[in-house]
Write a protein that binds this ligand. Structure first.
Ligand SMILES: [Zn+2]
Length: 322
């Protein structure tokens, strides 16, 4: 059983402090987000998480991609599709991922942690490459020309081709897992068949495990999600307890691992270890502990920093105590 996070972490950009940083700032090479990535990776490893993220510190999950995908713009705080969606020429997240991997290696050394881990999913501590899924990207954006705004399927499939290139960039940069965030799939607003086709366009040529995160109420879609050709399906079970009942109604999990969200990320109150352990046990009775990845319900970006860290620490202790 592996512990992980969904993605975002509350870590703020930092102004240059040291002499070296101030010099780079003067030269225009200082990146205020680097310290935030380092803090996110450091905190997650210190809390005991196995598979960490770079914290997604540069903006919200749609904005980060909308700013760089040809055919899209991000203006007046809104993501818009204005032309044909094309693959990005350069990677959007590979530099941050590489920096997170470098930080991970240094931190593991400092914490004296053995990076080798026995797991049938990944074989060592690592960083996941996170991409906002094609359906969520299109449905979160305003359509302004080129595509038919009433039928979004074509835009979703073009988005999949664009994000496939990014997934390959992240795989080449050293990601341990590629995760596609698709919260829109549980809303009932989207064509699930097209969403599946789009996810599979991305997952098809990726050799590392592919996870799909779908938060929200999964009652209507979970059995469909189990048919997607991905290795891990990740959902929330703390904030929406009814999702556990949905697990119970499944006759098979189609050889998938289940990402088991067990921290309520909408609440800053810190669950006790017992509460988290009891929730994990409920899931384990249905899925089997060996088929679970233990993580928070969703990204932690909106939580106070101290709360996010304490929640993760309790979660790891609860999981390791089972
Ligand atoms: Zn989510």
């Amino acid at each position: 059983m592996l512990t992980t996070v969904v993605g975002s972490y509350p870590a703020q950009p930092q102004l240059p402090e040291s002499f070296g940083e101030r010099v780079s700032n003067f030269l225009g090479t200082y990146d205020e987000y680097r310290p935030a990535i380092a803090l996110a990776v450091n905190d997650q490893l210190t809390a005991g998480i196995d598979l960490v993220s770079d914290g997604q510190v540069r903006g919200d999950m749609v904005e980060i991609f909308a700013r760089h995908i040809p055919g899209m713009v991000f203006e007046e705080g809104i993501s818009k599709i204005k032309g044909k969606i094309n693959p990005p020429v350069a990677s959007i997240g590979a530099d941050d991922l590489k920096f997170a991997i470098k930080t991970l290696k240094n931190t593991l050394n400092q914490l004296n942690i053995d990076p080798n881990l026995n797991s049938d999913i990944i074989d060592k501590k690592g960083v996941k490459g996170i991409i906002t899924g094609p359906t969520t990207m299109v449905y979160s954006s305003r359509m302004e020309g080129f595509y038919d705004s009433k039928n979004k399927d074509k835009a979703v499939l073009d988005m999949a081709q664009a994000l496939k290139k990014e997934a390959k960039f992240l795989e080449a940069a050293g990601a341990s897992v590629i995760q596609l965030d698709e919260p829109f799939i549980s809303t009932g607003l989207v064509n699930v068949g097209t969403a599946q086709k789009a996810v599979e366009i991305i997952a098809k040529d990726i050799k590392i495990p592919v996870a799909m995160h779908v938060c929200g109420d999964i009652a209507q879609v979970f059995s469909r999600l189990l048919k997607f050709k991905v290795d891990i399906v990740d959902c929330e079970f703390a904030g929406i307890p009814h999702n556990i009942d949905v697990l119970e109604t499944q006759s098979s999990f189609n050889n998938k691992k289940i990402g088991f969200g067990c921290l309520d990320t909408k609440s800053s109150s810190i669950e006790t270890r017992e509460d988290v352990a009891n929730l994990i046990k409920k899931g384990a009775d249905i899925i089997g502990l060996e088929n679970m990845l233990i993580d928070p319900d969703c990204g932690m970006r909106m939580l106070p920093h101290e709360a996010a860290f304490s929640k993760l620490k309790n979660m790891v202790e609860a999981a390791k105590g089972l």
